[in-house]
Ligand binder design. Structure first.
Ligand SMILES: [Zn+2]
Length: 127
């Protein structure tokens, strides 16, 4: 499933979408919150510029919105439907889930967004 060359591999690991040889981020750990959005400008293997156009990653906000809705719905279903908590507890669990997942959502949104525009190509070289 996580073979090199699949988009899922790049999305889950945050590697360069073109060559998948190195991380796009300066700090691989999304839990270091100060560095969560610090990205390298280029891939040092293939030379791909991650910021395809100015403010490219603003578009990832829409992906992030979708991911946050998915996290919220999942938290609600788990607490209200499966665990049978009260409505108030269910809404608190949604907020807790969104706060805890936010560094991962931020990165996954960027990873998904850049993978919508860039495909895997092991022979790509940007001069
Ligand atoms: Zn690369």
């Amino acid at each position: 499933m996580l073979k090199k060359g699949s988009k899922l591999n790049s999305i889950l690991t945050g590697t360069c979408p073109k060559c998948q040889n190195e991380s796009m981020y300066q700090d691989k750990n999304p839990l270091h919150l100060a560095n969560v959005l610090k990205m390298n400008e280029h891939c040092s293997h293939c030379g791909l510029t991650y910021q395809i156009e100015p403010s490219f990653f603003y578009g990832a906000m829409y992906v992030s919105y979708g991911l946050n809705v998915a996290v919220g719905v999942a938290a609600f279903i788990i607490s209200f439907v499966i665990l049978g908590t009260t409505l108030k507890t269910a809404f608190i669990s949604i907020i807790v889930a969104l706060v805890l997942s936010f560094p991962f959502v931020l990165r996954f949104a960027r990873n998904i967004y850049i993978n919508m525009f860039v495909s895997y190509d092991p022979n790509f070289k940007n001069k």
